[in-house]
Design a protein around this ligand. Structure first.
Ligand SMILES: *Cc1c(COP(=O)(O)O)cnc(C)c1O
Length: 241
Protein backbone atom coordinates (compact mmCIF):
# COMPACT_ATOMS: atom_id res chain seq x y z
CA UNK A 1 0.00 0.00 0.00
CA UNK A 2 1.33 3.47 -0.77
CA UNK A 3 1.94 6.22 1.77
CA UNK A 4 -1.12 8.29 0.86
CA UNK A 5 -3.56 5.42 1.25
CA UNK A 6 -1.96 4.44 4.58
CA UNK A 7 -2.20 8.03 5.78
CA UNK A 8 -5.81 8.27 4.61
CA UNK A 9 -6.69 5.17 6.58
CA UNK A 10 -5.14 6.63 9.72
CA UNK A 11 -6.90 9.97 9.29
CA UNK A 12 -10.24 8.21 8.78
CA UNK A 13 -9.58 6.25 11.93
CA UNK A 14 -8.89 9.47 13.84
CA UNK A 15 -12.11 10.94 12.44
CA UNK A 16 -14.12 7.91 13.51
CA UNK A 17 -12.65 7.79 17.01
CA UNK A 18 -13.28 11.51 17.49
CA UNK A 19 -16.85 11.14 16.26
CA UNK A 20 -17.56 8.20 18.57
CA UNK A 21 -16.04 10.10 21.51
CA UNK A 22 -18.41 12.98 20.73
CA UNK A 23 -21.38 10.60 20.31
CA UNK A 24 -21.67 11.60 16.67
CA UNK A 25 -21.98 9.62 13.43
CA UNK A 26 -18.71 9.51 11.46
CA UNK A 27 -20.78 9.76 8.24
CA UNK A 28 -21.90 13.23 9.30
CA UNK A 29 -18.34 14.52 8.97
CA UNK A 30 -16.82 15.04 5.52
CA UNK A 31 -13.09 14.50 5.19
CA UNK A 32 -11.77 17.14 2.81
CA UNK A 33 -8.28 16.23 1.56
CA UNK A 34 -6.30 19.45 1.14
CA UNK A 35 -4.05 18.80 -1.85
CA UNK A 36 -2.42 22.25 -2.12
CA UNK A 37 1.29 22.06 -2.97
CA UNK A 38 0.89 18.44 -4.13
CA UNK A 39 0.61 17.39 -7.77
CA UNK A 40 -2.42 15.97 -9.57
CA UNK A 41 -0.79 12.54 -9.23
CA UNK A 42 -1.21 12.71 -5.45
CA UNK A 43 -4.91 13.50 -5.88
CA UNK A 44 -5.25 10.49 -8.15
CA UNK A 45 -3.56 8.28 -5.61
CA UNK A 46 -5.92 9.47 -2.91
CA UNK A 47 -8.87 8.93 -5.24
CA UNK A 48 -7.83 5.35 -5.84
CA UNK A 49 -7.87 4.95 -2.06
CA UNK A 50 -11.49 6.10 -2.03
CA UNK A 51 -11.13 9.84 -1.37
CA UNK A 52 -13.43 12.08 -3.43
CA UNK A 53 -13.45 15.57 -1.88
CA UNK A 54 -10.37 17.76 -2.38
CA UNK A 55 -9.49 21.25 -1.19
CA UNK A 56 -7.22 23.83 -2.81
CA UNK A 57 -6.31 27.29 -1.67
CA UNK A 58 -4.43 28.90 -4.52
CA UNK A 59 -6.60 29.68 -7.52
CA UNK A 60 -4.11 29.08 -10.30
CA UNK A 61 -2.71 25.89 -8.82
CA UNK A 62 -6.19 24.58 -8.07
CA UNK A 63 -7.56 25.30 -11.53
CA UNK A 64 -4.57 23.58 -13.13
CA UNK A 65 -5.20 20.45 -11.08
CA UNK A 66 -8.93 20.46 -11.83
CA UNK A 67 -8.10 20.69 -15.53
CA UNK A 68 -5.39 18.01 -15.39
CA UNK A 69 -7.90 15.68 -13.75
CA UNK A 70 -10.83 16.66 -15.98
CA UNK A 71 -11.47 13.04 -16.92
CA UNK A 72 -12.06 12.18 -13.27
CA UNK A 73 -14.32 15.20 -12.72
CA UNK A 74 -17.54 13.19 -12.28
CA UNK A 75 -16.06 11.40 -9.26
CA UNK A 76 -14.36 14.38 -7.65
CA UNK A 77 -15.65 17.30 -5.63
CA UNK A 78 -13.44 20.42 -5.55
CA UNK A 79 -13.54 22.88 -2.66
CA UNK A 80 -11.84 26.26 -2.74
CA UNK A 81 -10.62 27.14 0.77
CA UNK A 82 -8.09 29.97 0.33
CA UNK A 83 -8.22 33.76 0.25
CA UNK A 84 -9.96 35.09 -2.90
CA UNK A 85 -8.98 38.25 -4.73
CA UNK A 86 -11.75 39.78 -6.79
CA UNK A 87 -9.83 39.37 -10.06
CA UNK A 88 -9.74 35.58 -9.47
CA UNK A 89 -13.42 34.94 -8.79
CA UNK A 90 -14.24 33.92 -12.40
CA UNK A 91 -11.87 30.95 -12.25
CA UNK A 92 -13.27 29.87 -8.88
CA UNK A 93 -16.86 30.19 -10.13
CA UNK A 94 -16.11 28.08 -13.18
CA UNK A 95 -14.07 25.25 -11.67
CA UNK A 96 -15.11 24.59 -8.07
CA UNK A 97 -18.15 23.03 -6.36
CA UNK A 98 -17.69 24.69 -2.98
CA UNK A 99 -16.10 27.87 -1.64
CA UNK A 100 -15.34 27.97 2.11
CA UNK A 101 -13.59 31.31 2.30
CA UNK A 102 -16.07 34.08 1.50
CA UNK A 103 -15.19 37.09 3.63
CA UNK A 104 -16.96 39.99 1.92
CA UNK A 105 -20.06 40.66 -0.12
CA UNK A 106 -18.26 41.85 -3.23
CA UNK A 107 -16.64 38.43 -3.64
CA UNK A 108 -19.97 36.65 -3.14
CA UNK A 109 -21.70 38.90 -5.68
CA UNK A 110 -19.03 38.29 -8.29
CA UNK A 111 -19.07 34.51 -7.71
CA UNK A 112 -22.86 34.42 -8.07
CA UNK A 113 -22.88 36.47 -11.28
CA UNK A 114 -20.04 34.43 -12.79
CA UNK A 115 -21.53 31.09 -11.77
CA UNK A 116 -24.66 32.21 -13.62
CA UNK A 117 -22.69 32.07 -16.86
CA UNK A 118 -22.61 28.26 -16.52
CA UNK A 119 -26.27 27.27 -16.41
CA UNK A 120 -25.42 23.57 -16.47
CA UNK A 121 -23.51 23.79 -13.19
CA UNK A 122 -25.22 23.44 -9.83
CA UNK A 123 -25.20 26.57 -7.66
CA UNK A 124 -21.92 27.09 -5.77
CA UNK A 125 -22.09 25.81 -2.20
CA UNK A 126 -20.52 28.45 0.04
CA UNK A 127 -19.43 29.12 3.60
CA UNK A 128 -18.62 32.44 5.19
CA UNK A 129 -15.19 32.45 6.81
CA UNK A 130 -15.31 33.97 10.29
CA UNK A 131 -12.20 35.53 11.82
CA UNK A 132 -12.76 33.90 15.17
CA UNK A 133 -9.45 34.75 16.80
CA UNK A 134 -9.58 38.43 15.72
CA UNK A 135 -6.18 38.24 14.11
CA UNK A 136 -5.61 41.21 11.88
CA UNK A 137 -3.35 39.14 9.63
CA UNK A 138 -5.93 36.40 9.06
CA UNK A 139 -8.66 36.58 6.49
CA UNK A 140 -12.30 36.10 7.31
CA UNK A 141 -15.23 38.36 8.09
CA UNK A 142 -15.13 39.95 11.53
CA UNK A 143 -17.56 38.61 14.12
CA UNK A 144 -19.78 41.67 13.87
CA UNK A 145 -20.02 41.44 10.07
CA UNK A 146 -20.68 37.75 9.77
CA UNK A 147 -24.44 37.59 10.21
CA UNK A 148 -25.22 40.44 7.80
CA UNK A 149 -22.91 38.85 5.23
CA UNK A 150 -24.77 35.53 5.57
CA UNK A 151 -28.12 37.28 5.12
CA UNK A 152 -26.92 39.08 2.00
CA UNK A 153 -25.57 35.86 0.47
CA UNK A 154 -28.95 34.14 0.77
CA UNK A 155 -30.31 36.73 -1.68
CA UNK A 156 -27.81 35.80 -4.40
CA UNK A 157 -29.23 33.46 -7.07
CA UNK A 158 -26.32 31.15 -7.86
CA UNK A 159 -24.94 30.55 -4.37
CA UNK A 160 -26.27 28.26 -1.64
CA UNK A 161 -25.25 29.36 1.84
CA UNK A 162 -24.07 26.25 3.70
CA UNK A 163 -22.45 27.52 6.89
CA UNK A 164 -19.32 28.92 8.48
CA UNK A 165 -15.62 28.19 8.12
CA UNK A 166 -12.86 29.15 10.55
CA UNK A 167 -9.11 28.82 11.03
CA UNK A 168 -8.50 29.64 14.71
CA UNK A 169 -5.09 30.83 15.88
CA UNK A 170 -2.92 27.70 16.17
CA UNK A 171 -2.62 26.22 19.63
CA UNK A 172 -1.12 22.97 20.85
CA UNK A 173 -3.46 22.89 23.85
CA UNK A 174 -6.64 20.87 23.18
CA UNK A 175 -8.55 23.05 25.66
CA UNK A 176 -7.73 26.23 23.75
CA UNK A 177 -8.47 24.54 20.43
CA UNK A 178 -11.89 23.53 21.69
CA UNK A 179 -12.69 27.00 23.03
CA UNK A 180 -12.10 28.57 19.62
CA UNK A 181 -14.18 25.94 17.81
CA UNK A 182 -16.93 26.26 20.39
CA UNK A 183 -17.06 29.99 19.71
CA UNK A 184 -17.49 29.30 15.97
CA UNK A 185 -20.28 26.86 16.72
CA UNK A 186 -21.99 29.44 18.93
CA UNK A 187 -22.08 31.91 16.03
CA UNK A 188 -23.35 29.18 13.71
CA UNK A 189 -26.14 28.10 16.07
CA UNK A 190 -27.10 31.70 16.83
CA UNK A 191 -27.48 32.55 13.14
CA UNK A 192 -29.33 29.32 12.40
CA UNK A 193 -31.83 29.81 15.24
CA UNK A 194 -32.48 33.42 14.39
CA UNK A 195 -33.20 32.55 10.77
CA UNK A 196 -35.04 29.27 11.33
CA UNK A 197 -38.05 30.48 9.32
CA UNK A 198 -36.00 31.97 6.53
CA UNK A 199 -35.84 29.85 3.34
CA UNK A 200 -32.34 31.11 2.50
CA UNK A 201 -31.04 29.33 5.59
CA UNK A 202 -32.62 25.94 4.85
CA UNK A 203 -29.27 24.48 3.79
CA UNK A 204 -27.24 26.15 6.55
CA UNK A 205 -25.80 22.91 7.96
CA UNK A 206 -22.02 23.14 7.66
CA UNK A 207 -19.22 23.91 10.09
CA UNK A 208 -15.92 23.75 8.23
CA UNK A 209 -13.28 23.57 10.93
CA UNK A 210 -10.39 21.38 12.00
CA UNK A 211 -7.10 20.56 10.26
CA UNK A 212 -4.34 17.96 10.71
CA UNK A 213 -3.37 19.13 14.19
CA UNK A 214 -6.75 19.94 15.69
CA UNK A 215 -9.38 17.82 13.94
CA UNK A 216 -10.33 15.98 17.16
CA UNK A 217 -11.11 19.23 18.98
CA UNK A 218 -13.11 20.48 15.98
CA UNK A 219 -15.15 17.28 15.77
CA UNK A 220 -15.83 17.45 19.49
CA UNK A 221 -17.33 20.91 18.90
CA UNK A 222 -19.52 19.92 15.96
CA UNK A 223 -17.39 20.24 12.84
CA UNK A 224 -19.04 18.76 9.72
CA UNK A 225 -16.08 19.25 7.36
CA UNK A 226 -12.48 18.73 8.47
CA UNK A 227 -9.86 20.08 6.06
CA UNK A 228 -6.80 17.84 6.31
CA UNK A 229 -3.61 18.30 4.29
CA UNK A 230 -0.37 17.31 6.02
CA UNK A 231 -1.71 14.19 7.73
CA UNK A 232 -2.77 12.80 4.32
CA UNK A 233 -0.20 14.05 1.81
CA UNK A 234 2.79 14.75 4.06
CA UNK A 235 4.68 17.95 4.80
CA UNK A 236 4.53 20.71 2.21
CA UNK A 237 7.91 22.11 1.26
CA UNK A 238 6.63 25.19 -0.56
CA UNK A 239 7.16 28.26 1.61
CA UNK A 240 3.84 29.70 0.49
CA UNK A 241 1.90 26.63 1.59
C1 LIG B 1 -3.52 24.21 4.26
C2 LIG B 1 -4.89 24.35 4.79
C3 LIG B 1 -5.49 23.28 5.50
C4 LIG B 1 -4.78 21.99 5.82
O1 LIG B 1 -3.84 22.18 6.81
P1 LIG B 1 -2.99 20.94 7.41
O2 LIG B 1 -2.46 21.48 8.68
O3 LIG B 1 -1.93 20.64 6.41
O4 LIG B 1 -3.93 19.82 7.61
C5 LIG B 1 -6.79 23.46 5.94
N1 LIG B 1 -7.47 24.61 5.70
C6 LIG B 1 -6.92 25.63 5.03
C7 LIG B 1 -7.73 26.87 4.81
C8 LIG B 1 -5.62 25.55 4.57
O5 LIG B 1 -5.09 26.58 3.91
Amino acid sequence: MNQISTNLMMVKQRLELAAVAAKREPEDILLLAVSKAFPARAVEEAMHAGQTAFGENYVQEGVEKVQQLAKLRPWLQWHFIGPIQSNKTADVAEHFDWVHSIDRLKIAERLSAQRGEFPKLEPLQVCVQINISDETSKSGASKIEVEALCEAITKLPNLVLRGLMAIPAPSSKPEEQRQAFEAVRDYFVGIKLKHAQDFGFDFFDTLSMGMSDDMEAAIAEGSTIVRVGTAIFGKRDKITA
